[in-house]
Design a protein around this ligand. Sequence first.
Ligand SMILES: [Zn+2]
Length: 636
Amino acid sequence: MTSMTSKKAAAKLNRAIARALKGMRPPEDLTVSEWADKYRWLPLSSSEPGPWRTSRTPYLKEPMDAFSDPKVRSIVMVASSQVGKSEFELNCIGYIIHQDPGNILYIHPDLDDAKKFSRVRVNPMIRNTGVLRSRVAKEKSRDSGNTALTKTFPGGMLFMVGTHVAADLASTPCRYVIGDEQDRWQPSAGNEGDPWELATARQITFHNSKNVRVSTPTVKNASKIAEAFAEGTMERWCVQCPECGGFHDIHFSDIRYTAHEHIVQKKKQYTITDIYYVCPGCGCISTERTMKRQPAKWIAENPDAYKQGVRSFWLNSFVSPWATWESSILKYQYALGDSKRLQVVYNTRFGELWEDRGDIADEDSMLARREEYGAELPDGVLVLTAGVDTQDNRMEYEIVGHGHFGESWGLEKGIIHGRPDDDSVWEQLDEIVFNRRMSFSDGVKLRVSMSFVDEGGHFTMQVRQRCDRRLSRKVFAIKGMYGGDRPYISPPKKVKILSPDGAYIGSCWQYQLGVDSGKQIIMDNLKVETPGPHYCHFPRRDDYGPAYFNGLLSETLVYDPNKKHPWQWKPIPGHERNEPLDCRDYALAAFKALPKDLDAIDRRIKAMRGQAPAQTSSPAPAKQPKKRREKSYDDW
Ligand SMILES: [Zn+2]
C-alpha cells in the first residue's frame, strides 16, 4: 500500500518535473529556420499571412541557422528594405522564447521605434504563434510582468529599448542582444558611449551569449553596420548566371533598362521597359524572372571570421520576392537630381552605402553632362591612346582622345570576353583597339598611337609575350604600383618573359605606373565643369552608361598611417568594379609616356583636313625602345 502510494507520488512528481522542464527546455533540436517553418505564423496584417515558409526567402535560411549554430557568437546583417530582415529578428526571438530561453535585450534607434515595433511586430507574432502565445502572458494585468516594452516568459525576459538612455542598455545581464537599424542609433547613449558596446557588455557573464545586428546601410565611412560587416565572414547572396554558371551578387550597375519620360499634368512620369540583368562574368542578359528562379548561395569573402564566431551577410532588394526591379528603378528615376532622395534609394533599395563625395563629381551629374560627338572623333582630339585592363575572363579597354592642355574625350569603352592567353582575344584587340583608326566628321582619320596593357593578375607572362609581339604598334605591358607618392610613369625597363615552367624565353619592355598618381589626375580633371583645359568629355552612348561611371568613380583616397605609402586609392563599397578607372588610368599614362609635340600634330591635322581628307595621320614617331633581335617562341 505504502509502496503503491510512493510510486504514484513519484510518478506524479516526475510528470510535474517533465511539465516544468517542457516549459524550460527545447522539446526538439531545431535550427531557427526549422523552428520557424514548424511553428511561426504570420499575422493577417502581414503581406503573406499564414505559416512561415523559409523557402519563400531562401536567403534568410543561413542567417537564421547561424543563430542556432553554437559556434557563432555574432551575426551581422546589412540589408535593404523589403528583404524580410525584421522577420529574421522575430524568428530568432521566437526561437529563444520557445527553444533556448534567456534574457533578450532588443535595441531600437529610439523608444518610439521600440514601442511601435512591439505593437506592430512582436505582439502579433506572439498572438499568432501558438507555442509563444502559451508562454508569454498577456500584457493586461499589472502583475504579469508584461508591458509594451517588456515580455516575460519561462526562463527569460524580452526588454525592448531605445538607444538614448544608457541605463536601459546597461542594467540586467542579458544572454541575447539584438540590435535593429544600428545605423540610425544615437552615437552615444547619454554620455556613456557607444550603445552597442554598452549593450554587449551585459553579455560577458554568458559563455553561450549571442548577438545580432541588422541595419540598412547608410553613409560611407559613417556606417557602423558596414564596419561590423567587414569584421565578419562578409557573405553576399550570389545568384547563378544561367549562361556561364558563375555566381554573382546582383548590383544595380548590372541592370539595364530603358526609361521613357512623359509629361503628365506638368509632372514628369516614367515608364520602364526592357529590364535586364547583364552578367558581369560573361555579358549575357537575363530577365528578373529568370534571375529570381536561378540557384543562389551565400559566398563569403572572409570565411576565416567563422573561426571567431562572426558571420556577416549583405543583402539588397534585387533578390526580394516582394520588391520588383521595376519598382526600384522607378524610385531611382524619380530621385535623380535630388541627392537626399537618391541616398534613400541607394540605402533601402540597392542596399548600397551612400557616398558623400564632397566636391567630386557624382555619377548622375556625369551622366547628365554627356554630349553628342557628331562623329567618331570630335574636333579638338589630337592623339589617341588606349588602356587595357586584364581580368581572368576578359579584357576591358578604353580608347581616349587627347587634346591641348589635358582636355580629353572618352571615345570607346568595351569588353572582349575570353582569357588573356587566348590569341583570338588579342586578334580582336588588334582590330578594335591597337590598329584602330577613327574618323573626324570630314573623314580624316587618326590611329591609336600607343596602348598600355595591364600585366597584373594570373597571366603576366602571356600578356608580356603578346605585348612584345606588338612592339611596332607601341603596345606595352604595364605594372601598376600603388601609393600616391610614386611617380606616375617611370622610364621603361626590360623584363623577362618566362615559360610556365620558369624557363627564360625572352624579354619585353615594361612601364611601371604609379597608378594612384594617375587616379588623382583623373579625379581632379573630372571636377572641371567647363569644356577646355583638363575637361573630360564623354559621349551620350551606352558604353558610357551608369555602369561606366559607377566604375570610373569607384575609388576614393584613403589614408592609412601603417602603410609604407600611406595615401592610397581604395574601392568605395558598392563600387567593386573599377575597370573603367583603371582603363582610363592606363590610357592617360600611355599619352603621358608618348613623346609628342602637340602643336606640330595640331598643325599637321589641320593641314590634312584642309587638303587630303582621306589620309591617315599618326603623331610624330615616338622614340622606340632600343631595337632588339626578333625572337620567336612557341605559344603556350
Ligand atoms: Zn554569365
